[in-house]
Design a protein around this ligand. Structure first.
Ligand code: S3P
Length: 441
């Protein structure tokens, strides 16, 4: 019923009597926290250990880039990764191009460090998707700090070349609520005398702030003015990082468990940092039955077990300041909306057009192929739920979150759905298909 064809296409045929999703599962480590743990471990002095690292392709790209700059990182595994940090000044000039693969976080955060590595020269590239994603959003503030970065399309697209400079502190008012932009500037600010400030239009995920503080950076967040201030030239010290499960990966099971009748799933040790839990707020508003159990703080991040039981969903509006806290979950929330009664409106989400794919266009087109009623808006989607889906051929456009969202939609469709390029899931969730097979009953 769930098969992988030629190592690429996922073929899903729900039995005519229907399926349910049941069991206890653990999702892989948080992608954002995994990147940051590798990067801060690489630039701190002393040993950093990471438990629960995501072994997806994106963090592997980060580890490879820093190994390319001479950082000693043990073999990656989810039990314990050990990094022998040399300190920020000791990143070496890489002898070949640093390849960030599919990972925007790798490229954008790393640029902050490379731009401030005085006198050193680096080249950075990525896969076809990443080479089409805008880098000017970080290059512009870095240039204001004095960085020298060159790239295609007026220094916007990779491949990029960087000559590290002595940077100056700035106050940057970011036009987008982007944790990648914020984190890039904070990492550049680490190497700069004085106070570097980032002001956001809405609060984005704060994993960098939490982890920088734990590593000994002088950093302060003002939630009233949405301003983060870092005072540079403080030595970071290696730490023990424990990575919680990724709520962005748990979201597929939360929606699957909610929409497929007779389901009950317990998802263990999921990160529930309030800057990431917009998906829980919206699913609860739609009528999903989700409970948080066993809440605790582990290594500076809130963690909980999440239990979901199937229920009838209603439409809702998703817009405004909540968007940054669920930005990666909009594809799977669109699937929830397809199975909900009424018309769901998603606005203020134009950022989705510059993710691994144009997620607004791709989700509207591919879900409509399955029989959904979705109209694309310039900055969102209008989704009229409740029409039955019928399986057909759909495409992930090699976007991991699109691939997994379509798989969940296929579980609720009649007949066979074939998802082309489903192995893209390995970017953030290498075991997705195995877990899916295990919990389908
Ligand atoms: C991320 C920030 C978000 C998110 C991405 C990971 C991060 O991107 O979509 O998957 O780890 O900082 P933006 O900063 O572009 O919003």
């Amino acid at each position: 019923m769930i098969e992988l064809y030629q190592q690429q296409d996922l073929v899903i045929t729900p039995p005519s009597l229907g399926i349910s999703l049941r069991g206890t599962i653990q999702v892989p480590g948080d992608k954002s926290i995994s990147h940051r743990a590798l990067m801060l471990g690489a630039i701190a002095k002393g040993t950093t250990t990471i438990e629960g690292l995501l072994l997806g392709e994106d963090p592997l790209s980060t580890a490879d880039c820093f190994r390319g700059m001479g950082v000693e990182i043990s073999e990656l595994n989810s039990e314990k990764v050990i990094i022998q940090g040399q300190g920020l000044d000791n990143l070496q000039e890489a002898t070949s191009v640093l390849n960030a693969g599919n990972s925007g976080t790798t490229m954008r955060l790393m640029l902050g460090l490379l731009a401030s590595a005085t006198g050193k020269f680096f080249t950075v590239t990525g896969d076809e998707s990443l080479r089409s994603r805008p880098m000017s959003r970080v290059i512009k503030p870095l240039t204001q700090m004095g960085a020298q970065i060159w790239g295609r399309q007026n220094d916007n697209l990779a491949p990029l070349a960087i000559r590290g400079q002595h940077l100056q502190a700035i106050t940057y008012h970011s036009p987008v609520a982007s944790a990648q932009v914020k984190s890039c500037i904070l990492l550049a600010g680490l190497n700069v005398a004085g106070e570097t400030k980032v002001v956001e239009p809405a609060l984005s995920r704060d994993h960098s702030e939490r982890m920088l503080k734990a590593f000994g950076a002088q950093i302060d967040s003002d939630l009233e003015t949405l301003t983060v201030t870092i005072t540079g030239q403080n030595q970071l010290t290696g730490q023990k990082v424990v990575v919680p499960g990724d709520i962005s990966s748990a979201a597929f099971w939360l929606v699957g468990g909610a929409i497929i009748s007779g389901s009950e799933l317990l998802i263990k040790r999921v990160g529930v940092n309030p800057t990431r839990t917009g998906v829980l707020t919206i699913l609860e508003r739609m009528g999903a039955q989700i409970t948080k159990e066993n809440e605790q703080i582990i290594a500076g991040e809130p963690v909980a077990d999440l239990r979901v039981r199937s229920s009838k969903l209603q439409s809702c509006r998703i817009e405004g300041d909540i968007i940054p806290s669920l930005i990666d979950e909009i594809p799977i929330l669109a699937v929830a909306a397809v199975f909900a009664q009424g018309t769901t409106i998603i606005r203020d989400a134009a950022e989705l057009r510059v993710k691994e794919s144009d997620r607004l266009a791709v989700m509207a087109r591919e879900l409509n192929r399955l029989g959904a009623q979705i109209t694309e808006l310039p900055d969102g989607l209008e989704i009229t739920g409740g029409t039955p889906l019928k399986g057909t051929n759909v495409d992930s456009y090699t976007d991991h979150r699109v691939a997994m969202s379509l798989a969940i939609a296929a579980l609720g469709a009649s007949q066979t759905t074939t998802i082309h390029g489903a192995l893209a899931a390995a970017v953030s969730y290498p075991d997705f298909i195995d877990t899916l097979k295990n919990i389908c009953t």
